[in-house]
Design a protein around this ligand. Structure first.
Ligand code: SF4
Ligand code: SF4
Length: 367
C-alpha cells in the first residue's frame, strides 16, 4: 500500500530536518539549497521541495544515514511519494484523481479502445466501404470523420485537460504560499525555463543519474529530453496544421516534406524512444528508490505517449492504403485517452516542477 499523504509528509519533514543539520548533499541539486533557506517545513514547503526533486538517486547513495543506518534516510523515495501524492492532492476535480491513481492504465486503455471502437463502428455503420476504402489527397481524413466533429470531440477534451491542469497548478501555487506576482518576474521565469529545458538537476550533481545501481549515467535525462521535445514537436506540428486549415484553407493530410509532417515525424520518433527508455529505466530501477504502488498513472502516461506516436506514424506511412480508416480511429482513440489522463498523472509533474523552479529562481535571487 502506498503511504498516505500525511505519512509521506511527516517522513519528508523528518528527513529534511536531518538533512538540514547535515547539509552534505547541498551541491547535488536544487532541493538541498532550497531546504537550507528554511528552518521548519510546512506541507506547502514539502510539496515544493518534492517537486524540485528529479529522483536522480544521488543523495541516497551518498548518504551515510541511509539504511541500514538507524536514521533510515531515503530522500529520493520519500520525495517521490510526496510528489505522487501531490498529483492527487492538487488534481481537479478531486474525486477523479483517486480513480485515475488506482486504475490509470486500465482507464486509459478502456477510453482509447472505446473511442476508437465508437469512431470505427460509426463509420462502418454508415458505410463500410468508407472505413475500408482508400482515400487520398487533401481532405482524405475527413471522408471518415467530418473535421467539425473531430474539432468538437478533441477540442472539448483538450480544453477540459487545460482547465483541469490550470486549476491544479493554481492550487499548488497557493499551497506553497507563493504570491501571483512571482509569475510576472521575468528573470525568475527565464531562469526556470532554462533549468526545465536543460533538466539541470537531473544529473546527480554532475556525474549523472543513479538508476539500477551505483553507476551514474545520463540515460534518464536523454530519455526525458526525447520525450519532452518529441511531445513539443508533435504539439507544434498539430498547431501548424490547425493554422494551415483555418488560415490557408489547406486540408490534411499534407505531403511528407511539409512542416507539420516533418515536425510530427521527428517528434514521433522521439516519443517512441523516450517513453520506452523511461519505462525500461523504471523497471530496472533500484528497488530502494522505487515508489512502486503509485506507478500506475506514470505507466499509463508513458504508454499513451508511446501509442499516440506509434499509431500516428503508422497512419502516416499507411495513409494511402485501406488500413487508413482503422488506424485513424485507433490514433484518435489514443489521443483522446492521453488528453483525458493528462491532468491526473505524470504530466502535471512537469507543470509543478516548472512552478517550483520559478520559486527556486526567485529565492536564489533574494538569498
Ligand atoms: S541525504 Fe544524507 S548525506 Fe545527504 S544531506 Fe541528507 S542526511 Fe546528509
Ligand atoms: S534530485 Fe537527486 S539528489 Fe536531489 S533530492 Fe532528488 S534524488 Fe536527491
Amino acid at each position: 500500500m502506498p503511504a498516505t499523504s500525511d505519512a509521506s509528509l511527516e517522513e519528508a519533514e523528518r528527513l529534511m530536518t536531518i538533512c538540514n543539520a547535515c547539509r552534505y548533499c547541498e551541491g547535488l541539486c536544487a532541493v538541498f539549497p532550497a531546504m537550507e533557506l528554511r528552518r521548519t517545513f510546512d506541507k506547502g514547503d514539502l510539496n515544493y521541495l518534492a517537486n524540485l526533486c528529479h529522483s536522480c538517486g544521488a543523495c541516497y547513495y551518498d548518504c551515510q544515514f541511509s539504511p541500514p543506518h538507524e536514521f533510515k534516510v531515503n530522500v529520493p523515495k520519500t520525495l517521490a511519494e510526496v510528489r505522487s501524492n501531490s498529483y492527487q492532492r492538487y488534481a481537479w476535480p478531486g474525486f477523479l484523481s483517486g480513480l485515475f491513481a488506482r486504475n490509470g492504465l486500465v482507464i486509459a486503455t478502456a477510453a482509447a479502445l472505446s473511442v476508437a471502437g465508437f469512431i470505427a463502428g460509426f463509420i462502418a455503420y454508415n458505410d463500410p466501404t468508407i472505413l475500408f476504402g482508400t482515400h487520398t489527397g487533401p481532405g482524405a481524413f475527413y471522408k471518415l470523420m467530418p473535421h467539425d466533429a473531430m474539432v468538437m470531440l478533441f477540442g472539448g477534451v483538450f480544453l477540459y485537460a487545460i482547465l483541469a491542469m490550470v486549476m491544479g497548478l493554481r492550487t499548488f501555487w497557493c499551497n506553497i504560499g507563493e504570491p501571483r506576482s512571482t509569475l510576472t518576474e521575468t528573470r525568475s521565469l527565464w531562469q526556470a525555463m532554462k533549468d526545465a529545458g536543460r533538466l539541470s538537476y537531473l544529473d546527480g550533481g554532475g556525474v549523472g543519474c543513479m538508476n539500477e545501481d551505483e553507476e551514474p549515467t545520463d540515460t534518464r535525462r536523454t530519455y526525458h529530453h526525447l520525450t519532452f521535445y518529441g511531445f513539443m514537436l508533435c504539439f507544434a506540428a498539430t498547431s501548424i496544421a490547425t493554422l494551415y486549415h483555418y488560415l490557408l484553407g489547406r486540408e490534411a493530410p499534407y505531403p511528407w516534406y511539409d512542416l507539420p509532417v516533418v515536425l510530427g515525424t521527428i517528434g514521433g520518433i522521439g516519443l517512441l524512444i523516450g517513453p520506452m527508455g523511461l519505462l525500461k529505466a523504471k523497471m530496472n530501477r533500484d528497488e530502494a528508490l522505487r515508489d512502486e504502488p503509485r506507478a500506475g498513472m506514470e505507466v499509463a502516461f508513458l504508454a499513451m505517449l508511446f501509442f499516440t506516436s506509434l499509431t500516428g506514424l503508422a497512419l502516416l506511412f499507411l495513409r494511402e492504403t485501406p488500413a487508413m480508416g482503422l488506424l485513424l480511429a485507433l490514433h484518435l482513440g489514443v489521443v483522446f485517452a492521453l488528453f483525458l489522463t493528462l491532468p491526473y498523472g505524470k504530466f502535471v509533474h512537469g507543470l509543478y516542477r516548472f512552478a517550483a523552479l520559478v520559486r527556486y529562481a526567485k529565492e536564489r535571487k533574494e538569498a
